[in-house]
Design a protein. Sequence first.
Length: 159
Amino acid sequence: MTTTPLALHPHIARPENLAGSYLLVSLGREWFGIAASRVQEIFLAPETAPVPHPAGGHRATLTLKGQTVPVIDLRRKGGDGYVVLTKVALSHGGWGVAGLMVDDADTVAEVTEEEIKAPSRFGPERPSHMLGVAKINDRITTLLDVDRVAFGDDLEEEE
């Protein structure tokens, strides 16, 4: 089995040009953008199975078409929400699928490079899951790196 080192992975090597289509999702009153090219499916959140002793953001799993999918619950309010299935980079190379539970999935918007600003620093460096910030539809929207959201800082680049 051949693997792709993360440093060569098409998404891990943080693209210089972040312009493109983004799915807009909300978490409470905050808005986030997920690269539309990474979105596989969006559906109402089904019942999930809790994960004992969750690591990172993994809070549950769901079974989808016979496949067990890790789910990161990003929702800020209880009740029903949506699951955004995204393609994520796997540490051994290739692609996998993870679900992100959000309060709402809105629309897909085109974002130009000129609209994207560097995210603010929190402490000595910016959070690794933030690609940038843009004003979309009169809302401040944080553009997310779904690999870092799914795996956090456990996702390390290989040389």
